[in-house]
Design a protein around this ligand. Structure first.
Ligand code: DGJ
Length: 698
């Protein structure tokens, strides 16, 4: 059971999760030092560790062992997790321990500066059903204004190992979540977003192991920052062989003023130690997301239709009504109208910000379409981009000062749009007001909340503390979403930023799914989904079946392959259904029905990534008595069909019936010799296997 204990004899806190321990101690000079993060420790074992005196360094190096949040000040030369400048010009901090609070899984350790009225509190929270440790920081100033140039959520420290390897996610628009593994250099490695968004280029998830971990084997320490704006994580491997990382919101160069009485609270930074490989780490995160992040864990995500890829901006009531009729025939449960329904938005050049239905396209507004979609038995969803504006819009003409901008500088347009400054209370109030009205008046069940450009010239002329907008804009997005959800309990939200540019635990706390990538090519998607699944469960991974050849890659693939790849997430359809031949519509309807049968396993089961021969890869989902395997083989040379796929997740003492063939297999045989896969011939072959555990006889 989780437990938080203070051992006063050693000035030591010991945090237990169901199968891990985390320990910190207070130094003689009241510095909070890291002691342990890994397998369970008894209090006596923790005391023994605390008794070790760190080797003293030279007069050229950081003194003492790794800290829980290394602030600037004194003999510290690593990346600082807290940097402040006081009103008198003095920098750095010197702490005096000011007590701690333990309350229902939450530990707060208070440190006061020895001279200035500044308090730092390190927060830790553990749950009884997860090994994830949540951490964050608060800094309170009760004196003259303090300039904060860095305030991280937490620093994480690994035990001594012979080597260290990092796993992280890199990408770009249309190629998000590419998993990379590389040795941690003896250096400071910075992972960051300076875009004001979580970013396509880097994701604030990081895993470190000693270089020997594999999918089902080895110790892995992984962390995820719950923040959807700019962020920075600095991984530091010292020549002496320690590896630590410190991370939090904001990128380098920003400063925030903490006025008298103000508290700066950082986003949550969660960490997970697992002893059984990258697969176990992902399963730990998936369970945590289901239990402690998403708001509606018991729901299943509906099968969605979205015509963006099929129609682009050419949306109108007759066209959407025709698509809705076809979508309903396929078994779609949620019909989403994408960009182009409002203002002068017939292309990406105009209209963004003018959130009233385009009268040429929807002469009677959206209500008739919403009613028709509901009559067809589907939920009604709508695309919005509340943080952005086209300069060619009534909104911008009325409020040119509402956008991020800096005096004497241009206003860089990207995708012909500018970013609204939602840190401004008037802009944020406007955004909430129209969103609330839109949802209320049109009976909207689902919003796809998009954000299609990075921040530039992120200033706020006349504001004395303009960099605060980098934090307050994101907080305003969170507040608007939270208020909308509170006011409309049935409303569900999809997070999107040009595909997967805003995928993190912060946005997931107030959304229900993530649009993973605008790249819907199933071959590319296998890699994207592999990376996404490191942190996020299938239930939040929006995955569409679109037309062939694919609009981005021009690759032609069979419908079944496209479905089988998308069925490993929250299934959607995004093709132009008016062009699908009757036999494809029929096959699609059957595949949607199959998805609904396996959906409890995919969305609520436990996921196992399986590697196969050559290009074969697979994911298995185990849920109660069911196991669903989705296997994909993009290409294979003649005569080299993949070997049977070992299903090591199965219970070797059980038998399983293949619901497709009726054959009963031994779990031991499928785990060891593997499951022969009935792949169709040719490239882009795939198979879905649905096994049900057979009741034991006698
Ligand atoms: C980017 C999204 O990722 C797409 O799915 C689509 O909604 C467009 N924006 C619309 O502008």
């Amino acid at each position: 059971m989780p437990d938080l204990r203070f051992l006063p004899d050693q000035r030591l806190w010991l945090l237990d999760t169901p199968s891990t321990s985390y320990a910190v101690r207070l130094d003689e000079d009241d510095t909070v030092r890291h002691l342990h993060w890994g397998a369970r420790l008894t209090p006596d074992q923790a005391r023994e560790l605390a008794g070790r005196i760190p080797a003293s360094g030279s007069s050229f190096d950081t003194a003492g062992g790794p800290e829980e949040l290394g602030a600037e000040g004194g003999a510290r030369f690593g990346p600082a997790g807290l940097q402040v400048r006081f009103a008198d010009g003095s920098r750095g901090v010197e702490w005096r321990y000011a007590g701690h609070d333990i309350d229902e899984g939450h530990l707060a350790v208070h440190l006061d500066d020895r001279h200035y009225p500044l308090r730092l509190t390190l927060h830790y929270r553990v749950h009884d059903d997860s090994d994830v440790i949540e951490r964050w920081t608060t800094v309170t100033n009760t004196g003259d204004p303090v300039t904060v140039t860095r305030c991280d959520s937490a620093a994480w420290t690994l035990p001594h190992r012979a080597d260290y390897r990092m796993s992280h996610l890199v990408g770009a628009w249309n190629s998000e979540f590419r998993l990379r593994r590389a040795e941690v250099p003896v250096a400071e490695t910075v992972f960051t977003s300076r875009t004001g968004l979580t970013s396509h280029q880097a994701n604030p998830w990081l895993a470190v192991d000693d270089g020997t971990a594999a999918e089902e084997y080895g110790e892995v320490w992984s962390t995820a920052l719950a923040w959807s704006g700019s962020w920075r994580i600095t991984l530091h491997r010292t020549p002496a062989g320690r590896t630590t990382w410190t991370g939090g919101h904001g990128h380098e160069g920003l400063t925030w003023t903490l006025r008298q009485g103000e508290t700066l609270e950082t986003p949550l930074y969660a960490g997970l130690y697992t002893a059984d490989g990258f697969g176990a780490a992902s399963r730990g995160w998936h369970a945590y997301v289901s239990r402690h992040v998403v708001e509606h864990p018991a729901e299943v995500r509906p099968v969605l239709y979205n015509s963006w890829e099929a129609t682009g901006f050419d949306v109108d009531e007759p066209g959407q009504t025709a698509l809705a009729a076809r979508a309903a025939r396929l078994g779609v449960e949620l019909f989403v109208v994408d960009d182009g329904w409002f203002g002068e938005r017939v292309s990406d050049h105009a209209g963004l910000g003018d959130w009233t239905p385009n009268p040429d396209r929807f002469p009677d507004g959206l209500r008739p379409l919403a009613a028709e979609v509901h009559r067809l038995g589907m939920l009604f969803g709508l695309w919005v981009e509340p943080e952005m504006v086209n300069p060619d819009s009534d909104l911008y003409r009325a409020h040119p000062d509402w956008v991020l901008h800096t005096a004497h500088r241009g206003r860089t347009e990207m995708r012909n749009q500018l970013v609204l400054n939602l840190a401004r209370p008037d802009t944020a109030a406007w955004a909430y007001e129209w969103l609330d009205r839109l949802v209320t008046e049109n009976d909207i069940d689902f919003l796809k909340w998009d954000a299609n450009r990075a921040f530039t010239e992120a200033g706020w002329p006349g504001n004395a503390d303009p960099d605060r907008l980098w934090l307050d804009h994101t907080r305003a997005v969170y507040q608007i979403m939270d208020r909308l959800r509170a006011a409309h309990p049935r409303l569900r939200i999809e997070a999107c930023s040009g595909g997967g540019g805003r995928a993190d635990l912060g946005i997931l706390t107030r959304t229900d799914q993530i649009w993973t990538s605008d790249n819907t090519d199933p071959v590319d998607r296998i890699g994207i989904q592999h990376g996404f699944s490191q942190l996020f469960p299938a239930r939040v991974m929006g995955a569409w079946v679109t037309d062939s050849p694919n609009v981005a890659t021009a690759r032609a693939t069979p419908l079944r392959f496209r479905f089988h790849v998308a069925m490993a997430g929250a299934l959607g359809i995004g093709g132009d259904l008016t062009t699908w031949p009757e036999e494809e519509l029929k096959e699609a309807a059957e595949l949607v029905a199959t998805y609904k049968r396996i959906r409890p396993a995919v969305q609520h089961g436990t996921a196992y990534r399986l590697g196969g021969d050559g290009t074969l890869s697979a994911v298995a989902f185990a849920h109660e008595d069911e196991v669903v395997v989705l296997a994909w083989c993009p290409s294979r040379p003649f005569g080299h069909d993949p070997a049977p796929l070992p299903l090591t997740l199965l219970d070797p003492s059980a038998s399983y019936r293949d619901t497709g063939t009726g054959a009963v297999h031994s779990g031991a045989v499928l785990a060891d010799a593997g499951m022969p896969l009935d792949l169709p011939p040719g490239d882009h072959a795939s198979v879905l296997v649905h096994l049900v555990r057979v009741a034991q006889e006698g």
